[in-house]
Design a protein around this ligand. Structure first.
Ligand code: SF4
Length: 256
């Protein structure tokens, strides 16, 4: 498998230069497939990603943070105190994606640290004790669709999401989680790539059923569930998100 390792290291080098894909001649594809070495471009693309070391992932996220810089790419820059990049373990198999920072998150520059954040932390820590798992909040990665707080905690608008989503996509590519849990209707609507108006989309109907998020050669299952803030008003529905979380853990257990 020396050839495979050489190929992966060449592809990593190209990737570090910002090259995201390499077109393959049909004759080369046939050779690769006959040799049973690597079966397709898809596998090659994933081989690059799943072989990123912790250091490479951390470096890639650091570079992304530098690229975001003092971002003024959308109007949310006007009212924010801090950009909330996201945080957690880059090697996590589970990534949680919410919609936007709130007041506490904006002040602290960290995701999900207010009241809703406490509910999310409790959910994650309880998940980490189930089905033979052993993890806590610090062991997963948490991010949002947009990285700056919308005024008065309003929903992020389509132009703001369009400006910011590339940063989240890059985080997903680098971390390459096995599963994403999408928190709430805006995150789910965005990751599903729906063009229908948000007010016609119901998280109550979408939750509990996996959909595929395809990004740059990877297909990642996403479990939609309620945003933790929903439980501040409807604590009796917490069991619904807990049942979604158990489905996620079962799927994760089967992939290990
Ligand atoms: S929300 Fe995203 S695109 Fe808009 S200013 Fe903040 S970091 Fe930039």
């Amino acid at each position: 498998m020396d050839l495979q390792e050489d190929l992966i290291s060449i592809l990593k080098f190209y990737k570090s230069l910002g090259i995201e894909s390499i077109p393959l001649a049909d004759s080369f594809k046939e050779t690769v497939q006959k040799s049973n070495l690597i079966s397709s471009e898809y596998v090659i693309a994933n081989a690059v990603k799943i072989n990123l070391s912790s250091e490479e992932k951390a470096q890639a996220l650091k570079s992304l943070l530098e690229e975001i810089g003092d971002c003024q790419r959308c109007k949310l820059s006007k009212g924010r105190k801090n950009i909330v990049f996201g945080e957690g373990d880059v090697n996590t198999p589970i990534m949680f994606i919410g919609e936007a920072p709130g007041r506490d998150e904006d002040i602290q520059g960290r995701p999900f640290v207010g009241q809703a954040g406490q509910i999310l932390t409790s959910l994650i820590n309880n998940m980490g004790k189930e089905k033979g798992f052993n993890f806590q909040r610090d062991d997963v990665f948490i991010a949002n669709i947009v990285k700056c707080r919308p005024p008065e905690n309003r929903d992020p608008q389509p132009d703001e999401i369009a400006s910011c989503i590339k940063f989240l996509n890059k985080q997903v590519e680098v971390i390459a989680p096995k599963i994403i849990i999408s928190l709430g209707r805006i995150s789910t609507h965005t990751l599903m790539g729906l063009k229908t108006p948000l007010n016609k989309f119901s998280i109550s109907e979408a939750r509990g059923k996996f959909f595929d998020y395809k990004i740059n050669g990877m297909t990642i299952p996403v479990m939609p569930t309620f945003h933790p803030a929903y439980f501040l008003r409807n604590p009796k529905d917490k069991h619904l998100t807990w049942s979604d979380a158990l489905v996620v853990l079962e799927k994760l257990r089967r992939t290990e």
